[in-house]
Design a protein around this ligand. Structure first.
Ligand SMILES: [Zn+2]
Length: 805
């Protein structure tokens, strides 16, 4: 098809850049934009049974719930104090807490546009008034400074902006303010919120720039917000400032927030995953709007690094909790996977932009994988319980929360969900892209004509999709229908993951009932013809259950496969298995898997069942497999909606990859209690999972963080009286990153009648890391043993395993 307009401008701009002989790609201002434009979510109305109910729950449950939590948790009070309407000696925990209200308003705006709610509209006006009252006369808006507390938060510094490169988050707050204000203006046409944002953005323009203050945003997002402000106001200085905030980063700063190198010199995804991915998204925006090819080169290279080496099968990114960061290449641990919900949302933002730049379906493959799995797992089916990290394995230590003091993931989810219909279609002149498969009605204006598309499908449970094409008048245009990578044996666009069986024929496509030959371009079936009212396309995606394996470089998935059907990644959850046990299950690679739709289970899911084995730890031999059991898998996103319990995505196909059920010991049969805060952690100490070393986070452990310098305990109540004379402890120690160190001292007490009496030790209480520390004592006969731990002065301590003999 012929390319006209914007795209031509961008292409000519890029080629003039490529022809520049200096070798230095200077910033060039072009009046261009993304060659492909998304079809706005306001043009797309969902009619399906998968996403529609999630959006309804977001509107009916999540938004009112978060509004209530923002009130209870002092988020609104911060603004009232800053405005001088209330007195306080302390605000909430973090200087970025203002963004929770902004993100709520952004989500509520999208939701309002979808379905009008007069009460919500009025409530938003009141909140916007409160925000405006907290703004300083020159436009500065940051409640933690404006409140002028006697003891300000230690992160904010004495002067504006001076600590933004570290932790003040002043510019981060600005970014979310802009995104919210633009959404509110687009939804309601009211300018009150937008004017607050403009006043603030104008202050930034006055303050920062090449010949003004040079500070880079410590937590990126202001770049994205400024681009949105540029789009809505047309003020080019906002776009220039977004570019300045990217160009002013590095070198010489921290990897943690991507300031160690100039952004155009970065080649790998490193540091804090949410900051990084917001930055790549901002770079894509600025590249599209300015034609800066050096940005494109950098984000293309970084994208390959993620797709090749740093992407979970769930689409999650940011493997480690140490700095909430991308880990090293191929380091994708399952139980300790961080895969923050915000990082999944950022990954969707980024991959949409990469698609809009390049028109390649591979970006939508990553987007779809993230959307249906690692992102959606962040919110419960009920709409009011949340995950911050999204692990791929659990022994029961994980549970969804009603709130986090750092509530980023919660409010991010509520702003993302109502915008989901905006990811289904895109267009480039008379080329229409069908990227996601969801029942909906959409209206798209093309140069050739206006067209109504009606999708009908039971995706993701069924592979059949029909699209009725209703142009206002018969016209020639091309429909590009994405053929998902998983439908042609390419689960992701790299060799990181592959299917065990790869035998799929081409996906059949029918027009008006007749099977057609189609050409495939960048992952799309292209149907270029003259369309008339009522033309109907039918696609039949194969919905076989696939077993996915990882390349050998990923040690965490050795000897294991994952189950995937359509876009959905599966997991085993304790609630569906015999004895609620998951970690000991083994399934053959050639096991036959049956898919059954269960309308009443977890709001309607397709379950997978098969025959597997349970590995049991035998006293004298290696693992032995016991008799066959029926094993059931559920979609990963739906786990932990029935309480906490065991879970895993990567299922062992060899017994030595499994974690066998514990051999019965005095400890394993004991009831465990502890002074530790999280009761789910107590299972760790007698689960017989051997850590690789003291800092190993791939197994469950018990810890007392954030306590320090206190006396803590953990206790075994035995199933009967035993005579014991030895005990061993394997300490958890995650220094220098974490807050757990070896204890200052420890001691054992045994129960004698109603009293706790110290054992008479005959050896010292050892204290060393990366091994079992033992103590021997004069034999005692008792029904309970208590381990008393004195925490070090400045840290907590923790325990991997505690053995009694
Ligand atoms: Zn988050």
């Amino acid at each position: 098809m012929q390319k006209r307009g914007y795209k031509a401008a961008v292409i000519s701009g890029l080629s003039s850049l490529m022809l520049s002989t200096s070798g230095l790609l200077m910033a060039q201002q072009l009046t261009g934009d993304y060659p492909i434009q998304p079809v706005a979510f306001t043009q797309v109305h969902l009619t399906d049974n998968f996403w529609r109910p999630r959006l309804d729950t977001n509107a009916k449950v999540t938004i009112p719930y978060i509004l209530q939590k923002c009130r209870e948790e002092g988020r609104i009070n911060n603004f009232l104090v800053a405005a001088g309407k209330k007195k306080a000696t302390k605000l909430t925990d973090f200087p970025f807490d203002d963004t929770d209200l902004y993100k709520l308003l952004e989500g509520a705006s999208y939701s309002l546009q979808e379905k009008y709610d007069a009460k919500l509209d009025r409530e938003m006006d009141t909140l916007i008034q409160i925000i405006g009252d907290a703004q300083e006369p020159d436009g500065y808006l940051y409640t933690f400074r404006t409140a002028h507390l006697a003891h300000p938060h230690e992160w904010i510094g004495t002067r504006r902006w001076e600590k933004d490169e570290e932790l003040s988050h002043e510019l981060y707050n600005c970014g979310h303010l802009y995104e919210a204000a633009v959404a509110h203006y687009a939804a309601t046409g009211k300018k009150a919120f937008l004017n607050i944002a403009i006043k603030n953005a104008d202050l930034l323009v006055k303050t920062f720039g090449p010949d003004k203050l040079h500070i880079y945003p410590g937590h990126q997002i202001v770049e994205l917000g400024l681009v949105k402000m540029y789009r809505v106001t047309g003020k080019k200085e906002y776009l220039d400032l977004a570019k300045f905030f990217l160009d002013v980063r590095g070198p010489g700063g921290d990897v943690y927030n991507q300031a160690d190198k100039k952004v155009v010199d970065q080649t790998e995804a490193e540091g804090h995953a949410v900051r990084a991915t917001y930055m790549y998204t901002g770079m894509a925006d600025v590249a599209a709007l300015t034609g800066d090819k050096s940005y494109l080169h950098a984000i293309d290279t970084i994208w390959n690094n993620v797709a090749d080496k740093k992407l979970y099968i769930t689409g999650g990114i940011g493997a480690t909790g140490n700095g909430e960061a991308f880990g090293p290449d191929y380091d994708l641990p399952n139980m300790s996977a961080y895969a923050e919900t915000c990082a999944s949302i950022a990954n969707v933002y980024w991959n949409l932009r990469m698609f809009l730049l390049h028109g390649d379906a591979k970006y939508m493959d990553v987007l779809e994988r993230t959307l249906y799995n690692g992102l959606l797992s962040g919110i419960s089916l009920s709409g009011n319980r949340f995950f911050y990290p999204n692990p791929l394995a659990s022994v029961g230590q994980h549970q969804r929360s009603a709130w986090f003091s750092c509530a980023c993931c919660i409010t991010n989810m509520t702003r993302f969900l109502p915008s989901m219909p905006g990811y289904i279609y895109a267009q480039d002149e008379d080329d229409v892209f069908v990227n996601l498969f969801v029942s909906n009605n959409a209206t798209i204006k093309l140069p050739a004509t206006e067209v109504k598309l009606t999708q009908q499908t039971d995706y993701p449970w069924q592979g059949k999709v029909s699209i009725t094409v209703d142009p206002v008048k018969s016209a020639a245009f091309a429909l590009h229908i994405r053929i998902p990578g998983w439908a042609v044996d390419k689960p992701i666009p790299s060799d990181l993951y592959s299917f065990i069986s790869t035998t799929k024929p081409a996906v059949p496509v029918y027009v008006n009932g007749k099977k057609i030959d189609y050409i495939t371009d960048k992952g799309y079936a292209v149907i270029d013809r003259t369309w008339k009212k009522g033309d109907k396309i039918t696609i039949d995606f194969p919905m076989e259950v696939e077993k996915v394996t990882t390349i050998d470089s990923v040690k965490a998935d050795k000897g294991r496969f994952a189950l995937q059907r359509g876009p959905i990644v599966y997991c085993l959850e304790g609630a569906d298995q015999q004895d609620s046990t998951v970690q000991s299950i083994v399934i053959d690679t050639n096991a036959v898997i049956n898919a059954v739709y269960k309308p009443d289970m977890l709001n309607g899911i397709t379950t997978l069942t098969t025959q597997g084995y349970i590995a049991t730890r035998e006293p004298k031999s290696d693992n032995a497999l016991t008799a066959k059991h029926t094993i059931t898998a559920i979609p990963y996103y739906s786990w932990n909606n029935r309480g906490s319990g065991e879970m895993e995505v990567w299922i062992p196909y060899t017994a030595d990859a499994a974690r066998p059920k514990p051999q019965p010991t005095i400890a394993s049969k004991a009831k465990v209690t502890s002074s530790a805060r999280g009761k789910l952690m107590t299972k760790a100490v007698n689960d017989q999972f051997e850590p690789a070393d003291s800092k190993d986070q791939s197994t469950n452990y018990l810890h007392w963080w954030p306590a320090k310098d206190t006396t803590e305990w953990v206790q075994y109540d035995f199933d009967k009286a035993y005579t014991i004379s030895e005990s061993k402890v394997y300490w958890y120690d995650d220094k220098p990153w974490g807050g757990c160190d070896l204890p200052a001292s420890w001691q054992l007490l045994y129960k004698k009648g109603d009293e706790w009496v110290p054992v008479k030790n005959t050896t010292d209480y050892e204290i060393a890391k990366d091994k079992y520390d033992s103590v021997q004592f004069e034999p005692v006969t008792t029904t309970a043993l208590r381990l008393v731990v004195q925490l070090p002065k400045n840290d907590a301590s923790g325990i991997h395993e505690w053995i009694v003999k």
